[in-house]
Design a protein around this ligand. Structure first.
Ligand SMILES: [Zn+2]
Length: 436
């Protein structure tokens, strides 16, 4: 009897951990990131998986007309018992899907099927699948037939239709590319682009469509660039100004005031402008506005777009920067309103811009408000045209109380005057939707 109890206890000692492992075995959460819609010669596909025990076996197949082709497979050594030690973080698995991996693939519909087996005792297999269009023709692109009159330093909109197998389509101006967005539910797309203030005026913007295999098509469209003269301004700076701005922006710094100022005016300005440019990705895939943009009411223009500023200290030029916005002064702590309907994507200090707000208006068009003394909105807020968002001030690189107002298209700063102008908006944006 004693022996029997001992045997039962021994059995329990062995069985309990295995039973526990049995019940601890987990499923794999799988998701396409993002969901592929079309594949071509060799299209990158990413699958996100979450399984604390990791994967023992991962496969992806393409299925078309009843035929199934293995396109990727990874195996890990089986780990049936020790997996409770494992805490495998979520991971992305990358592979390519297309006619290169499945040579018999034809144009039409196909299905990508992904299976993942958990690396634990029971080794559950989970699968996901998605239907894709197989497009093997190379990309091609056709632009609209409008006359594109472009102001140097300004913005422009083009409509175009890419076809064939493409994964990226937009506008290119010299080395800058601008994203495009679908409109109207068809194949047609819209792109806003900037013609930077310092772009040589013989630069031809083109629409492009290219695919992940590296094949690209471009098309020109009719355009004419109007050159603009930009002002050159001397800006005298003294120790009082340096002391105020340098110690406010960089309170813990040390060294000569002028040296610290030059670093802020150069390095920090570039870093802040990069932060602003990166916000282009936080944009709505539609226009969030209908009326022209508002210029701050009753304001005096102290600086214009693309003023080339020479900084004069003790009679000597010590720096030069380009001012890519408008400085608008009313009275101290004047109400700063949203120039148009949109969504707040930044409401926080930003280096030389002090307390700063950025509002997204859709399709990569965004307005920027700097040097505020108070913020009355937060990131994520939806704002209406004319809604108060804060008070003007002199935070950041500002001598006196004013609003620094600027706008960007695809992360490139543009002259706001066009967006303040109802006629310009009618000719360059509104009428083009009607004529489609
Ligand atoms: Zn300014």
């Amino acid at each position: 009897m004693g022996k029997f109890i001992a045997f039962i206890m021994l059995l329990a000692l062995i069985a309990t951990p295995i039973g526990t492992l049995y019940f601890l075995s987990s499923h794999t959460k799988l998701a396409f990131a993002p969901q592929p819609k079309a594949i071509g010669a060799s299209t990158p596909v990413t699958v996100h998986f979450a399984n604390p025990h990791g994967l023992r076996h991962f496969t992806a197949f393409i299925e078309q007309n009843g035929a199934s082709t293995l396109i990727t497979e990874t195996k890990s050594p089986a780990d049936r018992l020790r997996f409770w030690l494992a805490q495998v973080p979520d991971q992305d698995i990358h592979f390519s899907a297309g006619s290169k991996q499945a040579p018999n693939l034809k144009e039409g519909k196909a299905r990508i099927i992904v299976a993942a087996q958990s690396n634990d005792l029971r080794g559950f297999t989970d699968t996901i699948s998605t239907e894709v269009d197989v497009v093997l023709r190379p990309p091609s692109v056709v632009a609209d037939g409008f006359q594109h009159y472009i102001n140097q330093g300004g913005s422009e909109m083009v409509l175009f239709t890419p076809s064939g197998y493409w994964t990226e389509a937009g506008v290119r101006v010299s080395h800058d590319t601008y994203s495009s967005f679908p409109i109207g539910g068809g194949a047609q797309r819209l792109a806003l682009f900037a013609y930077p203030w310092d772009m040589p005026i013989d630069t031809a913007p083109v629409v492009f469509a290219r695919n992940s295999a590296g094949t690209e098509a471009t098309a020109r469209f009719w355009f004419k660039v109007f050159p603009k003269k930009f002002r050159r301004r001397d800006l005298a700076i003294d120790d009082k100004f340096l002391d105020k701005v340098v110690n406010q922006i960089d309170p813990s710094g040390s060294g000569h005031l002028l040296t610290r100022f030059l670093k802020i005016n150069g390095e920090m300005r570039r870093a802040n402008n990069k932060t602003l440019a990166d916000l282009r990705l936080k944009t709505a895939e539609k226009f969030l506005w209908t009326e022209p943009f508002l210029q701050l009411a009753n304001s005096k223009v102290e600086s214009e777009f693309a003023d080339v500023r020479s900084y004069i200290y003790k009679g000597k030029k010590v720096d030069q920067q380009v001012h890519l916005g408008f400085d608008l002064a009313v009275t101290a702590h004047a109400a700063v309103v949203a120039a148009n309907d949109g969504k707040v994507i930044w409401a926080a200090p930003l280096g030389i811009y002090g307390n700063c707000i950025v509002v997204d208006h859709g399709y990569g068009l965004q307005s920027i408000y700097g040097h505020l003394s108070a913020l009355a909105v937060k990131e994520g807020d939806v704002v209406k045209r004319g809604q108060e968002m804060g008070k003007s001030g002199s935070t950041g690189l500002a001598g006196g109380d004013h609003l620094h107002y600027s706008m960007q298209v695809g992360g490139v700063e543009v002259n706001p005057v066009e967006w303040w102008d109802a006629h310009w908006i009618k000719d360059h944006v509104r009428d083009r939707f009607k004529q489609q």
